[in-house]
Design a protein around this ligand. Structure first.
Ligand code: KPL
Length: 296
């Protein structure tokens, strides 16, 4: 075992994708609440299969100070507790990379952790197959940066490692803005596809198209009130481009619903609803989606 190890916390689709992708570049360990499988198979978007032996750990077995970098790849609602379970077993200057959707845990852990905290937002598409497989459904792009200040050497180095591992990553200075833009995309797509159990592309058709439009209008008003700058071509264009580009995807929230797992509705819709409340803005569509997912 090596102090160069990238420790990936959360053996879900993203965690497995990171583990197998990084395994040819750096030593990798995968940590779960239950013992993760020791062999993982990744099927690429082109249909190639890659099998790698990965060191699987649970928190109690984590050798102190094994990790040189920790990727938190859990769902947003599980990120803080997953990190708390290992925090006293890692060196206090270990960099964290947060891969969560939504906006919340990124600020909490940036303030709480003594080491550098990086945030990633990605459009890589992946889903779990069986106990020890992951399908990389579609190539995407990742932005990496720190909420505090400009990106430095560490962000650039990690972006290079991810890029060399086949997950193209750009170091950015405006990760907070990018997280909010991704949140807008997720708010317009994920709750609707999860509620109606459809693929992203079906949102282009009736009766779903007007529902997407209603979400975009509410999101745009909330973002303006929060002074979050619009994307260059506007909210409408941002969302519909992603729907086009991921038309065949089953979004992560739909995968969670189909597997009976908790969804990320609170991390994605919660910040919007709280902002709407602060500014006294009505948002019946977002509230209705939140209530429906919360009732599960
Ligand atoms: O990020 C996604 C997700 O599935 O969570 C989108 C962009 C909606 C792609 O499916």
């Amino acid at each position: 075992m090596s102090r160069q190890t990238h420790l990936i916390v959360g053996p879900g689709a993203l965690g497995r994708l990171l583990a197998v992708s990084l395994a040819d570049q750096v030593p990798v360990a995968l940590l779960g609440r239950r013992q993760p499988p020791s062999t993982l198979t990744l099927t690429s978007p082109e249909g190639e299969r890659r099998v790698r032996n990965i060191l699987g750990l649970v928190a109690e077995d984590l050798p102190p100070e094994l990790a040189s970098v920790i990727h938190i790849a859990t769902k947003a609602h599980a990120a803080e507790s997953a990190f708390s379970a290992i925090a006293d077993r890692v060196a206090p200057d270990t960099p964290l990379v947060l891969w969560q959707n939504g906006y919340g845990v990124q600020e909490t852990l940036t303030h709480r952790w003594s080491g550098p905290v990086l945030c990633a937002t990605t459009t890589e598409g992946a889903y779990i197959q069986g106990d020890d497989e992951v399908v990389h459904a579609g190539h995407g792009h990742t932005a990496l940066g720190q909420l505090k200040g400009q990106h430095g050497e560490l962000v650039a180095r990690l972006a290079d490692t991810l890029t060399d591992a086949g997950l193209p990553t750009t170091p950015v200075d405006d990760i907070r803005l990018r997280l909010w833009h991704k949140l807008a995309i997720n708010a317009a797509i994920n709750p609707l596809v999860a509620r109606f159990r459809i693929r992203n592309g079906q949102l282009r058709d009736r009766p779903f198209r007007p529902m997407v439009e209603a979400v975009i209008v509410e999101v745009a008003v909330i973002m303006a009130a929060e002074r979050i700058p619009e994307p260059p071509d506007g909210w409408h264009d941002l969302v519909w481009k992603v729907i086009e580009g991921t038309a065949n995807n089953r979004a992560s929230m739909l995968q969670d619903v189909l597997a009976g797992r908790p969804t990320e509705h609170d991390a994605i819709l919660g910040p919007l609803l709280r902002a709407a409340n602060r500014h006294g803005l009505p948002c019946p569509t977002l509230q209705g989606l939140y209530d429906a997912l919360n009732a599960r």
